[in-house]
Design a protein around this ligand. Structure first.
Ligand code: DLZ
Length: 215
């Protein structure tokens, strides 16, 4: 059966210079593994090099936002988890672009020599090592409200990380009512539904390339 759902055709993009991180939960591993494989398939098809793909795991989907944020922490010297304020982060970016060096937000606060009023340009730091991050998890609804709370928290957490840092975070969280729905969306069902991980890999390439253009 044909369907109108899906992202539509995108231009062919060259991902050969991109660095992509995948952070995935381990709950519902059989489904997760295929979703990760699908994402990697699309990354490779776009030319992303294996050595430029970092894979990190967390126990469950609830840990995805902190897992993603920590990937960015280690790649962005000017981002300090003690100070997650976007405005302070932006200020540290200004400082970094003026001095040519990364500076932690903590340094920024404690430094008596920092004078942000002299800063006129706010170009993005070149120190963000990842062009995009794919967060992958599978939440299967149970008998309690657990599912709703985690789905809501993870959605907002991942959005917050990407808007606070400017690094695209691809939403690879399946929120399914049954195990079968999860298997179907990982390309493991009998209906012939495609592996949604492939869409997420393509989205990471598109956003990674576009983010460089937007910078
Ligand atoms: C506890 C739990 C449950 C019941 N179900 C899922 C699930 O379907 N998918 C998932 O990714 N994680 C689940 N978890 C684990 C939580 O996400 C989290 O790892 C724990 O509550 C510890 O913080």
């Amino acid at each position: 059966m044909t369907t109108i759902k899906g992202p539509g055709a995108a231009e062919t993009l060259d991902g050969s210079g991109l660095r992509i991180a995948i952070v995935h939960a381990r709950w519902n591993t059989a489904i997760i593994e295929n979703l990760v494989a699908g994402a990697k398939k699309s990354l490779f098809a776009a030319g992303v090099k294996e050595e430029n793909i970092t894979i990190q795991t967390v126990p469950g989907s609830y840990e995805l936002p902190i897992g993603v944020q920590r990937q960015l922490d280690i790649s962005m010297p000017c981002f300090d988890t003690k100070l997650t304020s976007p405005s302070l982060y932006a200020a540290s970016q200004v400082q970094a672009s003026n001095t040519g060096e990364g500076i932690s937000a903590t340094d920024l606060l404690s430094s008596s020599t920092t004078d942000l009023s002299k800063s006129t340009t706010a170009s993005p730091s070149p120190k963000k090592a990842f062009d995009a991050i794919i967060a992958i998890g599978v939440l299967i609804k149970g008998a309690t409200m657990h599912f709703e709370y985690i789905a809501d928290a993870v959605s907002h957490g991942l959005m917050r990380v990407q808007l606070d840092t400017g690094v695209p975070v691809i939403f690879g969280l399946l929120t399914v009512l049954t195990e079968e729905q999860g298997l179907e969306r990982a390309g493991l069902g009998s209906s012939g539904m495609h592996n949604h991980g492939e869409d997420w890999g393509s989205a990471a390439v598109e956003l990674g390339v576009k983010r460089r253009d937007w910078s």
